[in-house]
Design a protein around this ligand. Structure first.
Ligand SMILES: [Mg+2]
Length: 307
């Protein structure tokens, strides 16, 4: 079977370029040009499935609804965008409780209201399979253009918002999509590259390196390790391993030229959220981890789904 990345690459090759498609498959969201003013519109979609992305039997449906929206808002933030509207499609399992839809939707509406996002509509179906929720979010770049994965340059400093690792302990359901932080970043800094951490730094940094044709050195000592990662660290996986490889942190990773980085480091917060310098962009194409002065390859590791 193909990996997810191989499959996406094949699908990407099937698509022809169209004038309206300014940025297609391969970033956190696509950018499409609308109307006579060619206004840029961001669009992204995510499908969450019971027993793959959540466990309905053991999770508050309101949190499942919330997460379904939050992951999409995170992708809009990862383009340097603001979210405008969402549509939601549900495939309910036949025999699901009558109140399930309202419970799921309550979590969605609460988060949408919090960020001023319009819940514009969607579709409902039922079938013999498990619950599936598909959310599509529309947004627009905050600045004059969206921030892509492909803009990192040699010499850039790499930053992340917040703390990393251990999301399975609960934050994968309750994280705040970093929309406010993305706004503060885009309005105040010349951002070269931006992505959200859905699969862990060891995976997501690779996307920036590949799209930008650069390499990177990440410094182990600089990684902001969350309390949950420290608590879940053990013999097989250290707290640092959790911080580097766990999925679903949904923090932002971005790169700034060194002068911009110095400005941010004078007050290392965005919209009140701490940011950490974790390394730098280099020539080449490899990701390296600097541990006690030595460079070791920063290899992608399969991440655990949040069941
Ligand atoms: Mg993303």
């Amino acid at each position: 079977m193909l990996s997810e990345f191989e499959l996406i690459e094949r699908l990407r090759q099937q698509v022809k370029s169209q004038p309206a498609l300014r940025l297609g498959i391969g970033d956190d969201a696509a950018e499409v040009l609308f109307g006579k003013h060619q206004s840029p519109v961001l669009v992204t979609t995510d499908m969450l499935m019971d027993q793959v992305h959540f466990d309905l039997a053991s999770t508050d449906p309101k949190l499942i609804g919330r997460k379904s929206l939050a992951v999409n808002l995170s992708d809009i933030a990862a383009m340097g965008g603001e979210a405008i509207a969402v549509v939601i499609s549900y495939a309910f399992s036949q025999g699901a409780p009558a109140t399930l839809g309202e419970q799921l939707h309550a979590g969605i509406v609460e988060l949408a209201d919090q960020y001023g996002v319009a819940v514009a509509g969607g579709d409902t179906n039922s079938w013999k399979g498990p619950l599936v929720i598909s959310v599509t979010a529309l947004g627009q770049p905050i600045g004059s253009h969206s921030i892509e994965r492909s803009g990192a340059q040699e010499g850039d400093i790499i930053f992340v918002t917040g703390e990393l690792g251990g999301s399975l302990a609960g934050s994968h359901l309750t994280f705040e999509p970093r929309l406010r932080e993305a706004r503060a970043l885009v309005e105040n800094y010349d951002v070269h590259a931006l992505i959200d951490l859905s699969d862990g730094i060891s995976s997501d940094l690779q996307h920036i390196l590949r799209e930008s044709n650069v390499g990177a050195i990440v410094e182990a000592d600089l990684i902001p390790i969350s309390a949950a990662a420290r608590a879940s660290g053990g013999k097989e996986k250290s707290p640092l391993d959790h911080a580097l490889h766990d999925g679903e942190d949904f923090e932002l990773l971005f790169t700034l030229a060194s002068a911009e980085a110095s400005r941010l480091l004078a007050d290392p917060t965005l919209a009140g959220t701490p940011v950490s310098q974790i390394g730098s962009i280099t020539s080449g194409s490899e990701a390296w981890l600097k541990v006690q002065g030595e460079l070791v390859p920063l290899k992608r590791q399969g991440w655990e789904h949040s069941l």
